[in-house]
Design a protein around this ligand. Structure first.
Ligand SMILES: Nc1nc2c(c(=O)[nH]1)N[C@H]1C(S)=C(S)[C@@H](COP(=O)(O)O)O[C@H]1N2
Ligand SMILES: [Mo]
Length: 200
């Protein structure tokens, strides 16, 4: 493992300004919530939906499986290579939402049990390797790392991978989530070093 490898498209595997770690630090604003699966509901609502779509945990897990191994980059400059994530594919979730839409969706706001939010442009949200993860490196996600369910968006900084996710709010156009309202970049591409809002 070195910081000098290249991606297939010629970008450096390690984005600029990042250092590699084998540890898996926990970065949470506030405390780790206790998520009860009894009564847990995943809710999709907002722009273009006449009524919300809801799934309980079992129904959500049955939507469609995905496993992938990708790198993870935190804006505080640590990167962790080769994380194997397993869970529910973004494509299978979106295929249950898309047929109900009456308007075009431009972006989403992801919501978490703890109140954390983060926004994604629809094309970033639907990147085909994204997933709602239940497992990391073969083990169920620990509560600290977002168990029972976290969204993972590999190509943006890790604050775009919300832990304890339980909802998708569909938006007409991009808006700002928790960190995006508190000084961080609206999009967060690690290779363009989109770290702070003043760079927008
Ligand atoms: N709900 C929630 N999700 C979150 C955060 C948070 O504070 N709350 N922190 C984000 C940040 S800044 C990072 S770097 C990653 C860290 O994930 P980890 O704690 O599993 O390493 O989670 C992201 N998802
Ligand atoms: Mo982060």
């Amino acid at each position: 493992m070195s910081g000098k490898e290249m991606l297939e498209d010629g970008r450096p595997r390690l984005p600029p300004g990042q250092f590699l770690t084998k540890r898996f630090p926990v970065l949470t604003y506030g405390s780790t919530p206790r998520v009860e699966l009894d009564g847990w509901t995943f809710t999709v609502s907002g722009h273009g939906l006449s009524e919300p779509i809801k799934w309980d945990f079992e129904e959500f897990l049955a939507l469609g499986e995905h496993e992938t191994t990708r790198d993870f980059h935190c804006v505080t400059t640590w990167s962790r290579y080769d994380n194997t994530w397993r869970g529910v594919s973004i494509g299978s979730v979106w295929s249950k939402i898309a047929p109900h839409l009456t308007e075009e969706v431009g972006a989403v706001m992801l919501h978490c049990t703890c109140g954390y939010t983060t926004n994604l442009l629809i094309e970033d949200f639907l990147e085909s390797d994204n997933l709602f993860a239940t497992h990391h490196d073969g083990e169920p996600l620990t509560p600290d790392h977002g168990g029972p369910l976290r969204f993972v968006c590999h190509h943006l900084y890790a604050w775009k991978s919300p832990k304890w996710v339980d909802g998708i709010e569909l938006l007409d156009k991009d808006s700002r989530g928790f960190w995006e309202r508190n000084g961080y970049h609206k999009r967060g591409d690690p290779w363009d070093e989109e770290r702070y809002a003043y760079q927008e």
